[in-house]
Design a protein around this ligand. Structure first.
Ligand code: NDP
Ligand code: 8X3
Length: 246
């Protein structure tokens, strides 16, 4: 039986890698994102397996329309689209950048999940959500990004309660540093800053996370991974910050 995954954020990084990994295993992919040219490239690369879906996760009307108009069954919703605002302390941060992240990472994710649940229930399917280690471990300049990812983690756990008895599985995947376009976006296009962050530390790759997603998606149907946290070996914790009197 051919299975179908709707992947948000399939134009780059983890989403594109997951599309390739699942397509290689025979899945059909509905590949969503804002950049139509990249979706087209993916469709040309992977052939008939891919249906491109130009979708801005901040556009709730477009989400509702897509959920109604998409043909065929959906077995997996991979809620991967997301971004982090720049790492300014909240008191210095640009409010529009913060609400952009909240609208994309939280509101859009909830709206799309809600709209697709009836079809996922029909198939006894699965929802895999991309949270982050930032949901659990605080760092300076991460307040809003981390809070969106903590939302995603808790949303995933609570959704399992709503779906009790339906057979639908829900997983929160929580990676640490993965080298993608994530830091390029976070820094407003600063390639040097992105390169510096990931240099000489063997970050995880998008393919690492795609393999994990594939593993979770193909586990036996009686088994639910609730949360799954991964880090590169080179990333750990640096302890508490302490401010001292001048
Ligand atoms: P990338 O920047 O490489 O990819 C992000 C994807 O999200 C792109 O395909 C982008 O597509 C999509 N996206 C962003 N905003 C919107 C929007 N408004 N509407 C639709 N799609 C949108 O980053 P990653 O692959 O690293 O990130 C994927 C997920 O993994 C994110 O949720 C991120 O928070 C999470 N994550 C990443 C980690 C990392 O270290 N890289 C670690 C932990 C979690 P487009 O611009 O074409 O719309
Ligand atoms: C991003 C992971 O470690 O860069 O979600 O905060 S990290």
């Amino acid at each position: 039986m051919t299975r179908t995954a709707l992947i948000t954020g399939a134009t780059a990084g983890i989403g594109a890698a997951a599309a390739r990994r699942l397509a290689a295993d025979g899945w059909r992919i509905i590949a969503a994102g804002r950049r139509a040219d990249r979706l087209q490239d993916l469709a040309e690369e992977l052939g008939d397996a891919v249906t491109p879906l130009v979708l801005d996760m901040r556009d709730l009307a477009a989400i509702a329309q897509a959920a109604t108009e998409l043909p065929g069954p959906i077995d997996l919703l991979l809620n991967n689209a997301g971004l982090a605002p720049p790492m300014d302390a909240l008191q210095d941060a640009d409010l529009a950048a913060l609400t952009n992240a909240i609208d994309t990472n939280v509101t859009g994710l909830v709206a799309l999940t809600r709209a697709l649940l009836p079809r996922l229930i029909e198939r006894r399917g699965a929802v895999i959500n991309l949270s982050s280690v930032a949901a659990t471990y605080p760092y300076r300049g991460g307040a809003v990004y981390a809070a969106t990812k903590a939302f995603v983690r808790q949303f995933s756990l609570d959704l399992r309660c709503d779906l009790a008895g339906t057979g639908v599985r829900v997983t929160s995947i929580e990676p640490g540093m993965v080298e993608t376009e994530f830091t390029l976006v976070r820094t407003g296009g600063d390639q040097a800053a992105s390169d510096a962050l990931y240099s000489d530390m063997d970050p995880m790759t998008a393919d690492d996370i795609a393999s994990t997603i594939h593993w979770v998606a193909t586990l036996p149907p009686h088994l639910n991974i609730n949360t799954l946290e991964l880090m590169p070996v080179s990333q750990s914790w640096a302890g508490f910050a302490v401010t001292r009197k001048a």
